[in-house]
Design a protein around this ligand. Structure first.
Ligand code: CP
Length: 331
């Protein structure tokens, strides 16, 4: 799909001054970014997307190693980071395990801090996902090399939110003045915790729709409102969809509930089905970080504005941009 707004997402190579902005930095929270840095990431992602589409073989990260450390399940984030590093000509070392299946020395009781101190000697950049909120910050304290937070429990998922912004720019051309509704488990959903902070840079109106017990944490809403962002909360999905340009759907995060009975009480509260699209705003873009369970029915997949699979594809150029920028390796 073509990038619609060349002014916001130009595919130009970043200048030397721009390249200095993120070099050597960790990517830990969406709260860390300036608008200038966000524009740089979007432009660099577009730059790499074009190069890959043109069939160029890249050597920007040749000789560099990315450690891909996933202590919680992942399909998209891990594989798109690993694809991104491969596309840049670099190499990947991986730990992919869960609490049930452990293959690293975590099983012997090694702390994350100690593991990262060692892995930092093997790799040039470290990508980490953990079920523990704050794990990426701990990893960053242990590492000299840049650490990229790929999801820390119910905390944040900043690289997902960056690809979400990139997706909206590609789908709609601009974010200014758009109404974006975030739907689902806004309490535990780390993608929306990061995305709402990024949206605050782009002049959007935000609507939050969630079961009462799964509302966006009040401190995050307060932070965004302090920046002058218009945030409305409602439990009326069809009214929200009728005025929204983007509907960002999230899964109810079963794994974050204390017991299954509590999950069962809310799991079917909001389901997006094709019937909803009949009264939704014309051209509404439907997004989802995936994986989905039942919150978007498969008949919605045929709707032209169903962007969630394109969104997952955007993970590769955005993560290429992040890897190359934090290592100062955009050639
Ligand atoms: N969106 C996302 O984080 O997907 P994975 O859990 O498959 O990485």
């Amino acid at each position: 799909m073509e990038i619609k707004n060349k002014e916001i997402v130009s595919a130009a190579k970043p200048s030397a001054d721009q390249l200095a902005l993120l070099k050597g930095k960790d990517i830990l929270s969406a709260a860390q970014f300036t608008k200038e840095e966000l524009d740089l990431i979007m432009e660099t992602a577009a730059y790499y997307e074009k190069k890959v589409k043109d069939g160029e073989v890249l050597k920007d990260m040749e000789g560099k190693v990315m450690a891909s450390l996933f202590f919680e399940p992942s399909t998209r984030t891990r594989l798109s980071f690993e694809t991104a590093m491969s596309r840049l000509g670099g190499s990947v070392i991986t730990v992919a395990e869960s609490a049930k299946v452990q293959t690293s020395s975590t099983a012997k009781g090694e702390t994350l801090y100690d593991s990262i101190r060692v892995i930092d000697l093997y790799a040039d950049v470290i990508v980490v996902r953990s079920p523990q909120k704050g794990a990426a910050d701990e990893a960053a304290l242990a590492a000299e090399n840049p650490v990229l937070n790929s999801g820390d429990g119910a905390g944040e998922h900043p690289t997902q939110a960056l690809l979400d912004i990139y997706t909206i720019l590609k789908e709609r051309g601009d974010l200014k003045g758009l109404t974006v509704t975030l739907l689902g488990d806004l309490k535990h959903g780390r993608t929306v915790h990061s995305l709402i902070r990024l949206l605050s840079h782009f002049g959007c109106h935000i609507i939050l729709v969630a079961p009462e017990k799964l509302r966006m944490p009040a401190e995050i809403v307060a932070d965004v409102e302090k920046l002058g962002v218009d945030v409305k909360q409602t439990d009326n999905l069809s009214e929200a969809a009728a005025v929204s340009d983007v509907l960002y759907v999230t899964r109810i995060q079963k794994e974050r509930f204390e017991n299954e009975a509590e999950y069962d009480l809310v799991k079917n509260d909001f389901i997006v089905e094709s019937e909803l699209l009949k009264t939704a705003k014309e051209g509404i873009v439907i997004m989802h970080p995936l994986p989905r369970v039942n919150e978007i029915t498969v008949d919605v997949d045929d709707y032209a504005g169903a962007a969630y699979f394109r969104q997952a594809g955007n993970g590769v150029p955005v993560r290429m941009a992040l890897l190359a920028l934090v290592k100062g390796c955009v050639r």
